[in-house]
Structures are given as C-alpha cells and as structure tokens.
Design a protein around this ligand. Structure first.
Ligand code: HEM
Length: 401
C-alpha cells in the first residue's frame, strides 16, 4: 500500500499518531513514498524485525553500497563515515558482540543506580538556578543539561566541556536527517574532526593517568586479550556522548509535556505509582523521542506477509508500533498500570539501547524532582516539536511556576 505524508509537514511531526493509526489500518507495512521505503508500522512486525538477523544495520559483509542503493561516499564526508563505521550501532556480529560486551560492563543497572544521589543533587541545583520570575524554557535550562553533564562525568570528561560537546554532537547527529544539505554535511565533518581530535588527545592523557571513569575502563577493557583499538575507543566515546544525551533530552521534555497536558491526576500517579521505572517506560511508550530506525534486508525474505528483497532498506516506525491498539488497549492514554510493557522506544534485539538503565534513571529523577519542587508547574505556551521527524522532540518547553 502506497502512502504519502511529508515528514516535514508540521501537523504531522507535531502529532504523528493519528497518521500512524491510518498507516497501521493498511496492514503491517506501507510503502512510504516520501522516503521511497517500505515501513513497518504495527507492533508485532516492528518488534520482530528489530530482533531478526536477516535485517542488519551493516550490509558490508554481503552487499555493496550500489546494491543497497547508496551512492559512493563523497570525499567531503569521508571522515564522518570513517568514524561512523566503528560505531557499535553500525556493526553486526561478530564485531558487534565483542564491542558490546566490553561496553556493557559499564552500563549494568547496578553500576548505573550508584549515580542516583549525584543526579538528584544536579537536578536540585539546576532548579535552584531557574529564573525567579517569568516563564522559562525547561529544555535549555534542565532537560538539556542533565544528560550531557551526567554522561560527561561518567566518561570522565571535564564538565566545562559540556557546551562544546553539545554543539559537536548536534552537528554530527544532523547527518541522520532526511534531506540533509551540503551545509549540514560540512558542519558534521568539522564537528567529527574536532571531536575526534579532542577525544584522541584526551584518551592519551587518560592512558597515562587512569581514573575511576568510563574512558579509563574502556582503555583497560580486555576480552580474550583484545583491547579496543584506538579508533573503536574514540568512536565509542563519541557515540556514548551523542547517544547518551540527544534522546534523553527529548525523553524528559516529551515526558514533562505529556504529564502537564494529562493533568494533575496523571502527575500524581507518576509520582506515586510504586514501580518508578515502569512509569518512565509508559511515558516512553506514549511519546518516544526516536521514531524511525532502518535496517538493510540481507537476504530475500518475507515479514508479516510482505516480501522483501536482498539489498532493500526497511523502516521500522517505533512510535507507530508503541501506539498499536492490538498490543496496547487505548494507546493514546497514559496508563501507569500497564507500565509501557514491551514498548520498542529503546529498540529490541542485539542493538537494544545499551544506555536504557541510565536513560530511565535520568528521566525518573529529572521528572520526579521537578514536580516535587514545583508542584504548580504549567505550560506557558503550546509546545511545538522541532522539524526533525525521526528525532521527535520539542523545540522548547516554556513553563510557568
Ligand atoms: C530516552 C533516551 C534514549 C532512547 C529513546 C534511546 C533509544 C535507542 C534505540 C531505539 C536504540 C536502538 C537503535 C537500533 O536498533 O537501530 C538505541 C541504541 C543505542 N543507545 Fe540509546 N537511547 C536512549 C538513551 C541512551 C543513552 C543514555 C545512551 C548511553 C549512555 C545510549 C546509547 C546507545 C547505544 C550505544 C546504542 C547502540 C547499541 C547497539 O548497537 O548495540 N542511549 N538507543
């Protein structure tokens, strides 16, 4: 079934869920003409496709760029892709398995939970600094600050670098945007080079002076006698910094907006339901910050009755899957009882978000502390989402105390 909707249409990116409903009514997948891509929209096939090894993030073992419809990499963006190919997110087993195991040690829930007291202190400190009078933007003063400071600390990068890291990171992730321009590509390459150079000299310093941080742990990490190569180390640090904050910022923003719009009863429930992480997961199900991931089809196959050809790219619409009425009763309502069980906002399968324990902790603390300190918070204006369909996050979130 062919389907057309411009991802840059404000009515759509501000509230894609009614369109998703229509997409799902046509069956497990639609052919999204604006992306020239088959996209799965229902929960079951999206969840299965994320776990299915016939679909991969990396095609290079069996297919050429031409076979998957990609142009050759242009010289002006080469350094970005040289960096990107070592990224955990872009690898498949066995390279993925080795790297993921090394990184995973640092992200185990029991290690992450130890960060709770310092994240709480940080949230309180940021709220202390809110302007005393007038409306303020929660995104820039709070939601953007917590994740970047926390991930910088975790990695062991000086906090003063946070603003610079944010700029590099924004410029790099813009490469994944639909219809990117030459300006975006140039800015991403400049950011990649600058970020890599910074990380290279910084990790060198850490190599000589190990500390109690993730960079030192990654440097020391050995598995079967194998260390991370220099390039893997740099790319992993940058990936963790980028992935470690971009989505969390918007998960906090979307969550606060959703609670304010749902009203005091839902806000009360959020603060008082016993399983805090399930509350966060329900918010993630309800309005996740990442809406589309793609996979390459690695062999001719079929999914939910849809035939797929080797070399084809498929879209997996996480936001649509999370609102599938066949999986979630009354999906447009926040329901902490169901606790977002099984939602795909963090993905699934081998690429399931490695930072999910950290993201959940940050969201839970950020939202709980905010409403505990400022119980009368209200929206000062209607929040508008940014024109970046697959990064579903607000431009700003103006609030009144
Ligand atoms: C609410 C915030 C977050 C959301 C919604 C989110 C979502 C996701 C999703 C959907 C994937 C899977 C992508 C795919 O299958 O193609 C993913 C992977 C990943 N995420 Fe997150 N993420 C969040 C926070 C974080 C944090 C805090 C970190 C790190 C500190 C992180 C690091 C990663 C990494 C490294 C991967 C790649 C894992 C792999 O390929 O094995 N994410 N994330």
């Amino acid at each position: 079934m062919k389907f057309s909707i411009d991802p840059g249409n404000p009515e759509f990116f501000n509230n894609p869920y009614p369109v998703y409903e229509e997409m799902r009514s046509h069956g497990p997948a639609i052919y999204w003409e604006d992306y020239s891509m088959t996209c799965f929209t229902q929960y079951e096939p999206v969840n299965l496709a994320l776990r299915e090894r016939k679909f991969g993030r990396d095609f290079s073992a069996t297919l050429t760029r031409k076979e998957v419809g990609l142009p050759e990499i242009k010289p002006h963006v080469k350094s970005f892709y040289d960096f990107d190919r070592h990224s955990l997110l872009e690898l498949e087993p066995p390279a993925h398995t080795r790297l993921r195991k090394l990184i995973n040690r640092a992200f185990l829930s029991r290690h992450i939970e130890k960060l709770r007291p310092e994240i709480e202190i940080l949230a309180h400190k940021l709220i202390d600094e809110f302007p005393t009078n007038g409306d303020f933007d929660l995104l820039s003063l709070y939601a953007e600050k917590i994740p970047v400071i926390v991930i910088s600390r975790l990695l062991g990068i000086p906090e003063e670098m946070s603003d610079q890291l944010l700029i590099w990171s924004h410029n790099m992730v813009a490469m994944y945007q639909f219809n990117r321009s030459r300006e975006i590509e140039d800015a991403a390459v400049i950011a990649t080079d600058a970020f890599s150079n910074f990380m290279r000299s910084y990790t060198e310093q850490r190599r000589n002076q190990p500390a109690d941080d993730l960079i030192s742990l990654l440097i020391a990490a050995r598995e079967d006698g194998q260390q991370l190569s220099e390039d893997e180390l740099i790319t992993t640090c940058i990936l963790l910094l980028n992935a470690g904050h971009e989505a969390t910022v918007h998960a906090i923003g979307n969550g606060v907006k959703a609670l304010l719009q749902a009203g005091p009863e839902t806000r009360y429930e959020f603060g008082n339901f016993p399983d805090k992480f399930r509350n966060v997961d329900e918010l993630m199900r309800y309005d996740p910050p990442l809406h589309m991931f793609t996979r390459y089809v690695l062999e001719d196959t079929e999914m939910a009755g849809v035939s797929l050809k080797k070399g084809q790219t498929i879209g997996l619409l996480l936001g649509a899957a999370n609102h599938d009425g066949q999986k979630y009763e009354n999906p447009t309502k926040i329901d902490f009882e169901r606790g977002g069980i099984g939602h795909v906002g963090f993905g699934a399968g081998i690429h399931f978000c490695i930072g999910a324990p950290l993201a959940r902790l940050e969201m839970q603390i950020a939202i709980d502390v905010l409403f505990e300190r400022l119980p009368n918070l209200q929206l000062a204006e209607t929040p508008i989402y940014a024109d970046r369909f697959h990064f579903h996050g607000l431009e700003k979130l103006m609030l009144t105390k």
